[in-house]
Ligand binder design. Structure first.
Ligand code: C5P
Length: 280
């Protein structure tokens, strides 16, 4: 762990087509409302990352702007899919427009990095290697479209607790942890659009910790593999699990079977790479 409490990592980010919508309306104060399936789990106070994003942008502009943000949630809360980061990125883009600031992407990226490790990638989208605590990005070229299934769990996991459990497990096993490195076979599979090869090399160092905190995820992953997924992995810090499918039909069948098997709350097919936060 670093002195600032974060972990240096190498993370291959890949944006998928599950979007929250962030609407920005004129208002005296900065406030937020949330609608959608996961709305009741989202904080409406200053703990909300979209509120923090609006305030940080106003501060950067040196003005006391207000905004009413309305977030339509589709991304699970505390699901390991950077949903809060996506909302923060959406708020930056929306407020930049509403307030007529015209700030360039570089400025938004700088503000994003202060908000959270995954916010810069949520702005950028596509596929990218993240280093540092995840905020230093290098875009990656990929070929074609990858077909994924995301199995959403009941209830979330705290990212900080999963990292802490990862530290505990490493200490308990005395595992020597080298400097994080990007996997060349993974980059090659992404570049060539080879889903079979990509599925075989998916790994997540946070997965053992997420499995320790949520034992049922082992069965979720196993069920997806048994159903023919090309790869199965915990997404981010979990508890959402990601499965790679061969094509759109396979993804649809896999998501129906996973949902029916009862090993998750729901499973949904999606594709990547997708856009980062953008105006609609
Ligand atoms: O950056 P963000 O606020 O999203 O991170 C949430 C928590 O996840 C941090 O407080 C930290 O405990 C953990 N974290 C970490 N190393 C990273 C990213 C996140 O330890 N690279």
């Amino acid at each position: 762990m670093r002195d600032d409490g974060y972990h240096d990592l190498v993370n291959v980010f890949h944006a998928v087509s599950i979007f929250d919508e962030v609407e920005a309306k004129e208002s005296e104060l900065v406030k937020v409302g949330v609608v959608g399936e996961w709305a009741d789990q989202v904080p409406l106070d200053d703990g909300n990352l979209a509120i923090q994003a609006a305030r940080a942008l106003a501060k950067h502009a040196g003005r006391s702007y207000g905004v009413e943000l309305v977030i339509r949630k589709a991304i699970p809360v505390a699901g390991g899919m950077a949903g809060g980061s996506a909302d923060a990125a959406g708020a930056l883009v929306a407020c930049n427009e509403l307030w007529g600031l015209g700030l360039p992407p570089e400025d938004l990226m700088e503000i994003a990095a202060d908000l959270g490790s995954d916010v810069p990638f949520s702005l950028l989208g596509g596929t990218a290697v993240g280093t540092g605590r995840g905020e230093q990005l290098t875009g990656l070229e990929t070929s074609g479209t990858f077909h994924w299934v995301f199995a959403i769990a009941d209830g979330g996991l705290s990212t900080a607790k999963v990292y802490a459990e990862c530290d505990r497990l490493r200490e308990a096993t005395g595992e020597a942890v080298g400097w994080p490195q990007v996997s060349e076979p993974l980059l090659t599979a992404l570049r060539t659009g080879d889903a079979q090869a990509l599925g075989a090399v998916l790994t997540n160092d946070l997965q053992p910790a997420a499995l320790m905190l949520r034992r049922s995820l082992a069965r979720t992953l196993e069920t997806g593999r048994d159903l023919g997924a090309l790869g199965a992995i915990v997404s981010g810090s979990g508890p959402t699990c990601a499965f790679l499918a061969a094509d759109a039909d396979h993804a649809r069948d896999l998501s129906i079977s996973l949902t029916a098997s009862g090993v998750c709350h729901t499973a949904a097919p999606t594709t990547g790479p997708a856009l980062g936060a953008h105006l609609i």
